[in-house]
Design a protein around this ligand. Structure first.
Ligand code: SF4
Length: 285
């Protein structure tokens, strides 16, 4: 018997025919039990990822960034998370900038617990600029790394007041001059507040899932962003990140992703899948 190879396009639609009904965006929550039952009533075991480490290598000619495959991934993400947006509570570019700085090594839920009171206490960028980092520390302590974050927020406020007339700039080069602001934070503010697709936000979820989906082989966020900018249509740069971040929160966890419930399952060959109907590519993780 000749082992099945991944399609050249990266699509695995034959699996849909060979197995019980495959995950669909319309029904992404099918249980493993439902998937394993043949139409005739007999049980059909889904292929489990190899545990020996001898997982199947990517087939010759397989192109994980083939336009058809990328389009299919985007379509399924659209079906799953049509309204995905930034989960950080904010009412202005400045508030979004502060919330994004505070979200480093923290969760959005944690940041959202802190920011309402923070922005009530210091309602303007000028109010933050008048502080010392030490004065801000108690207010942001619970988000972790509070000394560095206080320095960044107060430093950014002072620079925005001094150099940009109190307005958060909508230009990436200017944003990158602010203390504590790297490409990820700048892209969040530009994409979410100013609706400017200048780059792709690469946070921990986008980093992990882009590798699992073989959209990049890189590990450095800047290189991952470059790869994604090359293969994604520009009008999807902003939404793609939001959708992938939601996917990472809901299903594609860092540890033990819920592949059995994932609508991308039959086009995902991630080496650390927990359940699979397709070949595993060990390098995809
Ligand atoms: S690793 Fe699992 S949960 Fe993540 S995209 Fe692939 S199939 Fe979905």
């Amino acid at each position: 018997m000749i082992p099945r190879q991944p399609a050249r396009t990266g699509r695995q639609d034959k699996v849909r025919v060979a197995l019980a009904p495959s995950p669909s965006p319309a029904n992404p929550k099918r249980s493993p039990k439902a998937r394993d039952v043949r139409p005739g009533g007999g049980k059909l075991a889904a292929k489990r990822p190899a545990k020996s480490g001898k997982s199947t290598a990517a087939g010759k000619g397989y192109n994980p960034i083939a336009p058809e495959r990328v389009a299919e991934i985007l379509k399924r993400l659209n079906d799953l998370y049509p309204d995905a947006t930034c989960a950080l509570t904010h009412a202005s570019a400045w508030e979004l900038l502060v919330a994004t700085i505070l979200s480093a090594q923290s969760t959005d839920v944690n940041v959202n617990r802190v920011t309402p009171e923070l922005f009530r206490k210091y309602p303007t960028v000028e109010a933050f600029a008048a502080l010392t980092p030490e004065q801000l520390e108690p207010d942001v302590r619970s988000t972790g790394f509070f000394r560095n974050k206080s320095k960044s927020v107060v430093g950014a406020a002072k620079k925005i007041v001094a150099d940009f007339g109190g307005q958060v700039p909508d230009d990436i080069d200017k944003l990158l001059t602010l203390p504590g602001v790297a490409r990820k934070t700048a892209n969040v503010v530009l994409g979410t507040w100013f609706r400017k697709a200048v780059g792709v936000v690469v946070d921990t979820h986008v980093h992990r899932i882009s590798r699992r989906l073989e959209l990049t082989k890189e590990n450095d966020p800047k290189k991952i962003e470059q790869d994604l900018m090359k293969i994604l249509p520009r009008d999807r740069w902003i939404l793609f990140s939001h959708q992938i971040i939601w996917h990472g929160r809901k299903l594609c966890y860092a540890r033990k992703p819920k592949c059995v419930d994932c609508a991308l399952e039959n086009i995902c060959h991630a080496g650390d899948k927990t359940w699979s109907t397709v070949d595993i590519h060990e390098s995809a993780q």
